[in-house]
Design a protein around this ligand. Structure first.
Ligand code: PDD
Length: 278
């Protein structure tokens, strides 16, 4: 596989990053995951805008222009022959002597790689739906910045696995924030409910697209927080992310949601999303 590191396209075994890189030492870095369907990048512009926002919130310089980033994405998709999969991009503040204060003269590091995921669109998991458990949200308070500080979501995924579930929904002050790596939704009657934007969740690019498509399809959308009790008695639930699109959730903490099968709203939104993206 060809990867991109600081200006060069190299075989993955030859890619090098300094041990002093602040991404490695401080999780001082941000990232984006853009999906690829039929060899095409999905919503690159949304990801580029969010990246710019993450960088600016952390006073981190951009390593290059967004047009150059698009070129690198395209070149990697081409070089690695990606039809279905994703492109991972990471920017860190770069290498400097270890110090908590930001270095003044470090050059940002830029790394990109691809992952081929055949069957991403025709994913059989979407036919069955996934199960989630609820866990306390113990992440930091700026979840709107897409940092590489992913240990708690990783722990959450392991807690889910240990409980025999697929993923975890995180809960803070009685309300669901989001999934470990996706935005969370419930459906009550004709209404889709998902948490409002704020510092408590990542502003999903898939979320924005799906809410727009739901409104265009005359579905009702409420952006507000919801409790686990509300989720337990919902008609349907689902999650969205660049790597899963719209994925039905059929059980919560061991109890089925609705019929225990993917619901019509989630199935329809998945279909619309894939149609518009392909
Ligand atoms: N995760 N919330 C969290 C905490 C996430 O990590 C993600 C994405 C999302 C969905 O955002 P988007 O629709 O822009 O992908 C919500 C990516 C896919 C990941 O970490 O692999």
């Amino acid at each position: 596989r060809t990867v991109y590191v600081n200006g060069a396209y190299v075989p993955e075994e030859d890619a090098k990053i300094s041990v002093f890189d602040r991404g490695f030492l401080f999780a001082d870095g941000v990232y984006e995951v853009t999906s690829v369907l039929g060899g095409k990048l999905i919503d690159f512009e949304g990801h580029a805008k969010r990246l710019e926002r993450s960088l600016s919130e952390l006073d981190m310089p951009a390593p290059c222009t967004m047009d150059e980033l698009l070129e690198i994405h395209r070149e990697l998709v081409r070089a690695n022959g990606i039809d279905e999969g994703l492109v991972y991009l990471q920017v860190t503040r770069g290498a400097a002597d270890r110090d908590f204060a930001y270095p003044v003269d470090a050059a940002p590091s830029l790394v990109l790689f691809t992952q081929s995921k055949p069957g991403l669109a025709a994913n059989p998991v979407a036919e069955k739906g996934i199960s989630v458990i609820s866990i306390e949200d113990q992440r930091w308070g700026r979840r709107d910045i897409k940092t590489v500080q992913l240990l708690y979501p990783s722990m959450g995924k392991m807690m889910a696995k240990a409980a025999g579930a697929d993923d975890a929904w995180m809960v803070e002050d009685g309300a669901v924030t989001e999934g470990t790596s996706n935005n969370a939704y419930i459906v009550k009657g004709n209404t889709i409910v998902t948490r409002h934007l704020g510092n408590e969740i990542l502003h999903g690019i898939t979320r924005a697209a799906v809410l727009r498509m739901a409104q265009e399809a005359q579905m009702q959308v409420e952006e507000r927080s919801f409790t686990l009790e509300e989720a337990a008695t919902a008609d349907e639930a689902f999650v969205t992310s660049a790597s899963t699109f719209v994925m039905p959730v059929v059980s919560l903490d061991g109890a089925q949601i609705g019929t225990g099968k993917p619901g019509p709203v989630a199935a329809r939104l998945r279909e619309i999303y894939l149609e518009e993206s392909l």
